[in-house]
Design a protein around this ligand. Structure first.
Ligand code: BGC
Length: 722
């Protein structure tokens, strides 16, 4: 439809109908295909007519259900404007891919794109038009449960993954075809930095830091043409995001040039009252609308305008029309005016849901997401004849999906026991403990199984329900019961392989010391079990790298690689009483237990020779950086070569390292591989005090490593003329 036609349609719409487009209802608004006034809808004085006027709904899917709801809706919609179906297809629909943090660990944007594309295929057949993903909030505090939804602590990795996921969901064309869905990047903005890691808590960072480190991933998603953006629950620069004109109008709309639909998070407009920036729901609605929030998700704030439709000010009338237009443009972009039943097809749905192609991608993504942290004495991989005791709560719960796994339970999922039996000659399963409770009989059974077998594989961690939204923690250790079991297993003096399955970095403490082999499995999804078993048997070679630093203690948080140097940096390992007046803890090393970007391979991979092709370069120039990865072993291996830079002197302080590029490379046994990066000087731009991003002349350090902490470095100078 042309813009003119949309304007004409708006002309025909009453103000009530236009307001309707701005209201999003939850799934329980439609039951057995019909609008039903119940619970919150009664409480908020919505009539059945209002419900049939609402422009979108969240959380309904399934080809038949969506067809029924849409058909009924259209018979009630005076102008036959189709209903828009939105949902949280975060890391899969039925086939569940690794959680986003685990996708970060793959350092493989192409694979992340593929998982999003597969999720789009599955969910579009089931009638979903818009997914509330990707979540691209930069995260540095694993106390916050939603770190699982992000791709981690690095602005560059986040930006690359944001772009990849948007392209995967929406497809490569400007408008998503029927097998793709619209993306909604969230949560704008800086939701990932709540004070104390406490859910929904205040965010208070400077605008400079926001622009330098938090904004780039949202910007990348908007550049990748994400059709929607969601506001965040938190306050930023003193104003809750949902009412924040600077954030939404100045930065998102004007600077990032975002023309799509801006939706509030669940009930976030109403929450402006509790935040203390609105005295009533009506005032909250005015503030959100003025900030440019188009759709009200379940606050019933915009619904307040319905009763007063006749008396709205010309400014509010203008804003309502503007927002309604954006919603109509989205519906048109998705082709709903041509085909309100877009993509719906029960047969395709049945074929597509959990298809073998999707499961193959899920397996590959799960395999690439697993991070090998420790492999003492090359205890791994285990030969097929190894007799294994499979213990720990995850061994029996098979809880591998992670939160936001909407329809994941519908997909057939291999269990850990079956997956291990496919790889190993003898497997005894005895969990030994539940996640948080231990019984003597279970404990004894696990010890007995461990005594009987050659190797102990302990699958420990937290259940899916303990990460994700509203899952903040103050203690990041593995639960005491699990540590008790691990200690007892350690005392058996048999090889102990620990696999941590969780949605966040934990404080591993002694567990790290006890383990001979240590694998971090951020919830790996539907095909997680075969991925873990194959990794342990060596059928798959580990290639995941940490997307967040693993802290030594909660007290160390936030601990992240791209910190500033301070005036008194710690540049060596101090002895107890040495140099007290440095930026350090006196009761703990300064470094994380495992740094960002860390991940071992079964091969012995060593990075040698970091070289650049020039010592000076101009602002519009490029520097070629080369390094060699030597494989000094008899087995092939895959790793991630990471390129970092540091600006030595700037107007503002500069991080000690900033990742600029990475390459995932496979190195054959006993061979070397030369890896080349082309670093364009434009990438070195940093945010200045005038809030503008630009490149400074001067000295830069360039670093290459297989993780952020162990790097080879050299320098170059950016000059006016070469
Ligand atoms: C979450 C969003 C999600 C929305 C709809 C909210 O509680 O913060 O991320 O998209 O619910 O389910």
């Amino acid at each position: 439809m042309s813009e003119q036609k949309i304007e004409k349609l708006l002309d025909k719409m009453t103000i009530t109908e236009q307001i309707g487009q701005l209201i999003q209802l939850s799934a329980d608004a439609f039951q057995h295909g019909k609008a039903v006034i119940s619970g919150p809808f009664v409480a908020n004085h919505m009539s059945q007519e209002d419900m049939y006027n609402a422009g979108s709904v969240l959380g309904i899917s399934g080809a038949k259900t969506v067809r029924d709801v849409q058909s009924d809706y259209l018979t009630h919609s005076r102008l036959h404007i189709p209903l828009l179906f939105m949902a949280d297809v975060v890391h899969g629909y039925e086939t569940i891919y690794p959680i986003p943090l685990a996708l970060g660990a793959t350092f493989n944007p192409e694979l992340a794109k593929q998982t999003a594309a597969m999720a789009a295929r599955e969910s579009s057949a089931g009638g979903v038009h818009v997914t509330f993903a990707p979540m691209v909030d930069l995260v540095r505090d694993p106390r916050w449960g939603r770190v699982m939804e992000s791709t981690g602590e690095d602005p560059y990795l986040n930006a690359v993954m944001a772009e990849a996921q948007v392209a995967g969901f929406q497809g490569d064309d400007d408008t998503p075809d029927q097998q793709h869905i619209a993306a909604c990047v969230k949560h704008f903005a800086a939701y990932g930095a709540p004070e104390g890691g406490k859910e929904y808590n205040t965010v208070d960072i400077s605008e400079w830091r926001f622009r330098e480190q938090y904004l780039p991933a949202y910007e990348a998603a908007v550049k990748a043409k994400s059709l929607l953006v969601m506001t965040s629950f938190n306050t930023l620069f003193g104003v809750p995001a949902t009412a924040n004109q600077k954030l939404m109008r100045d930065i998102l709309r004007r600077e990032l040039d975002f023309h799509g639909v801006l939706i509030s998070d669940w009930a976030a407009i109403a929450e402006l009252i509790k935040h203390g920036v609105a005295g009533s729901l009506r005032e909250a609605a005015d503030k959100a609308l003025s900030a440019g929030v188009d759709i009200d998700m379940m606050s019933f704030a915009y619904a307040r305008y319905l009763a007063e439709a006749a008396d709205l000010s010309p400014e509010l009338t203008r804003l309502i029309r503007q927002s309604a237009k954006r919603v109509l443009v989205l519906k048109d972009t998705l082709g709903l005016f041509d085909d309100p039943f877009r993509g719906l097809n029960e047969e395709i749905e049945a074929k597509e849901l959990s298809s073998s192609a999707n499961r193959a991608v899920a397996l590959k993504a799960a395999e690439e997401s697993l991070v090998l942290l420790k492999n003492q004495g090359n205890v791994l991989p285990l030969s097929h004849s190894t007799r294994i005791a499979l213990v720990g709560p995850v061994a029996s719960s098979n809880d591998l999906l992670g939160s936001w796994s909407w329809k994941g339970e519908n997909a057939p999922m291999p269990t850990l026991e079956s997956a291990f039996r496919s790889e190993f000659a003898s497997v005894l399963v005895a969990s030994g403990t539940d996640y948080h409770a231990i019984t003597k009989s279970k404990f004894n059974a696990a010890i007995a199984a461990a005594r009987q077998q050659d190797v102990i594989v302990a699958l420990v961690g937290l259940p899916s329900s303990e990460s994700g939204e509203s899952s903040s923690l103050t203690d990041l250790q593995l639960p005491a019961e699990q540590r008790q079991l691990l200690k007892a297993l350690r005392d058996l003096n048999k090889p102990l392989i620990v696999v941590v399955v969780s949605g966040r970095p934990h404080v591993l403490g002694e567990v790290n010391d006890w383990a001979d082999g240590l694998i971090y499995a951020l919830f790996p999804g539907t095909m997680g079990a075969p991925a873990i078993a194959k990794l342990l048997s060596g059928a798959v070679s580990p290639s995941g790298h940490l997307p967040m630093s693993l802290p030594r203690s909660v007290g160390q948080i936030p601990v992240y690689y791209n910190h500033f140097n301070t005036g008194r940096p710690l540049t060596y390992t101090p002895t107890d009483d040495q140099d007290r007046y440095l930026s350090r803890y006196i009761d703990s090393p300064d470094t994380p237990l495992y740094p960002f970007g860390f991940g071992l391979s079964y091969a012995d991979l060593v990075l040698t020779g970091c070289q650049i092709d020039r010592d000076t370069v101009t602002k519009d120039g490029q520097v070629r950086v080369t390094a060699t990865v030597e494989n000094r072993s008899e087995v092939p291996g895959t790793t991630v070569v990471q390129l970092y830079t540091r600006q030595m002197v700037g107007e503002t302080v500069q991080p000690v390292q900033v990742q600029r590029a990475f390459k995932k490379v496979a190195v054959p046994a006993n061979q070397s591989l030369k890896v080349e990066f082309v670093l364009s000087v434009a990438q070195l731009a940093s945010v200045h005090l005038d809030m503008k991003r630009r490149v400074d002349l001067g000295e830069y350090q360039v670093m290459v490593g297989l993780d952020a902490a162990n790097v080879l470095s050299t320098e170059f100078v950016v000059r006016e003329v070469e």
